[in-house]
Design a binder for this molecule. Structure first.
Ligand code: NDP
Ligand code: 8X3
Length: 250
């Protein structure tokens, strides 16, 4: 039977590439994001491959999130796969110089936003006793790096929430897992550095992961047989060994 996936953060990077990968495999899509123009363009493109519904909301707004998910029309309402991907880093400053608005954004979006979306979707999964939730963590959720403080904390929280979800949803047969990438070349650094050109340097001098690399892995994870749950995946570009060890071309 055709499955339906809801992907947050589908307007760029990993979420967008995952939408495309799922569409190629005929999975019905509910695509979410704040940039409506992009959602419309992506819907138009992917509708050649599958059925697409778009939801335009900010995951950090609890009311908007529940309203948007409640509005999903018949034909898309049964969410088999939830990809909690929306998120970003905001700033890269030592803790003593950090901007409180950046901290709020990262905790509100990366952690609380993921919880709001999950809270809105999980009841239908527990009722059906089936479903698959994938949370996009980060290598920053496994290792803290200098100036990463609150972003790393938000991703550590994502991994803790993932484990908690897997335990609590185990009686319902719901699969829960996390995928934690290292450096992926997306709009991530443009957002982190607020458009500053130092974002360009982040992915220079080595072959960074591309959003499509992660999308293919996500599809692999969701296409395993029912009895297989990939719980935790850490993925680096070959040039990166951990948060501190990156081999750049000289
Ligand atoms: P992008 O900046 O390319 O994509 C981020 C996506 O999240 C966009 O679609 C954006 O959509 C959405 N988003 C951001 N804030 C909100 C919000 N408040 N409400 C709803 N949607 C929001 O970055 P990536 O694709 O790289 O990031 C995707 C995920 O992958 C994030 O969770 C990130 O932490 C994680 N990650 C990224 C890595 C990297 O190196 N790039 C490595 C490890 C993990 P819109 O602006 O339209 O709302
Ligand atoms: C994104 C990877 O190393 O920029 O989560 O934090 S990193």
């Amino acid at each position: 039977m055709t499955k339906t996936a809801l992907i947050t953060g589908a307007t760029s990077g990993i979420g967008h590439a995952t939408a495309y990968e799922f569409a190629k495999h005929g999975i019905n899509l509910v695509l979410c994001g704040r940039r409506l123009d992009r959602l419309n363009t992506i819907k138009e493109a992917l509708e050649k491959l599958t059925n697409v519904h778009i939801l335009n909301f900010d995951v950090k707004d609890k009311t908007e999130t529940f309203k948007a998910i409640k509005s999903i029309p018949e034909g898309f309402k049964t969410i088999d796969i939830l990809i909690n991907n929306a998120g970003n880093a905001h700033g890269l400053d030592p803790i003593n110089e950090g901007d409180i608005d950046d901290w709020d954004a990262m905790m509100d979006i990366n952690v609380k936003g993921l919880l709001y979306v999950s809270k809105a979707i999980i009841p239908q999964m527990t009722e059906r006793k089936s479903g698959h939730i994938i949370n996009i963590g980060s290598s920053a959720g496994k290792q803290v790096y200098p100036n990463g403080n609150v972003y790393c904390a938000s991703k550590h929280a994502v991994l803790a929430i993932t484990e908690g979800m897997r335990i609590d949803l185990n009686p319902f047969g719901i699969k829960v897992g996390a995928i934690s990438p290292g450096l992926v070349q997306t709009e991530f650094s443009q957002v982190r550095f607020k458009g500053d050109k130092k974002a360009d340097a982040v992915y220079q001098g080595f072959d960074a992961l591309q959003a499509e690399d992660i999308a293919e892995i996500i599809y692999f994870v969701v296409s395993r047989p029912n009895h297989v749950n990939i719980a935790d995946l850490l993925v680096f570009p070959t040039a990166q060994a951990n948060a501190f060890t990156l081999k750049k071309n000289s």
